[in-house]
Design a protein around this ligand. Structure first.
Ligand code: HEM
Length: 215
């Protein structure tokens, strides 16, 4: 094993940067509350992996979306489990992102030199909420349809630009197969890319500044 690892290391130079990672200095007064960000990340990764598995069988089409969900639930090997893992990891992701934000707020870790990380975090929060909202439509059942009807209608009440925003989100005046494809694309592609970029920024700043002590 050692020979194989050394050979891989000679090509990729993995050991040296990771040694630096484990030798990083962290404040002495860290508590469980400082794990909330890491727990959030774990739930995010779980939802991404289970989502990739779901995408193998899910069909984002007006006529087949609901049937493909029933197929995943009933016929696909462990499909019911993968779907539950996706739903619960996504739910816990939102719960823990809020707890993490609360911890940062209470311990006032948003102050200089971490103010840019608070801004990057806020962006991450918006992306997380948008992921939840777009994912909710995908089962294409009554609950999904009417929740999206109400949720998207709210944007139509914004003065002056509301009507255009509503048309852009729905892909027309009503919720149709076009809305479903739009939401699917935003859910699996656009928001995943946006989240990867914003998390990279978030982690890069943490690496630069370190974690604040206290609480
Ligand atoms: C996917 C969402 C997020 C993940 C995975 C994440 C992850 C993390 C991790 C691992 C840390 C270092 C350990 C810790 O303090 O918990 C951290 C720190 C921090 N996060 Fe987040 N975070 C997320 C969202 C947010 C949000 C929504 C905000 C605020 C609006 C935020 C603001 C901060 C700040 C200011 C720090 C530095 C805290 C300190 O140094 O004490 N994060 N984040």
């Amino acid at each position: 094993m050692g020979i194989i690892f050394d050979w891989i290391d000679s090509k990729f130079n993995i050991k040296k940067p990771h040694k630096r990672f484990f030798k990083r200095v962290i404040p002495q007064k860290l508590s469980f509350f400082h794990c909330l960000g890491g727990i959030t990340f774990t739930f995010y990764l779980t939802s991404v992996i289970s989502g990739i598995l779901l995408s193998i069988h899910y069909i984002p089409s007006e006529t087949e979306a609901y049937a493909s969900i029933v197929h995943i639930q009933k016929d696909v090997l462990l499909g019911w489990l993968i779907r539950s893992v996706h739903k619960w990891s996504a739910t816990l992701f939102i719960v823990f992102i809020l707890l993490h934000t609360l911890r940062v707020f209470i311990s006032r870790a948003y102050r200089a030199p971490r103010e840019l990380n608070w801004i990057a975090g806020t962006l991450t929060l918006l992306i997380a909420f948008s992921s939840g909202f777009t994912g909710y439509l995908l089962p294409w059942d009554q609950k999904a349809y009417w929740a999206t009807e109400v949720g998207t209608a709210m944007s139509g009440t914004i003065p002056v630009i509301g009507e255009n925003i509503l048309l852009a989100i729905r892909g027309g005046s009503d919720i149709t197969g076009l809305t479903l494809i739009r939401f699917y694309s935003i859910h699996v592609l656009w928001l995943t890319i946006a989240m990867s970029i914003s998390l990279w920024i978030h982690f890069h700043i943490i690496k630069r500044n370190g974690i604040s002590g206290g609480m």
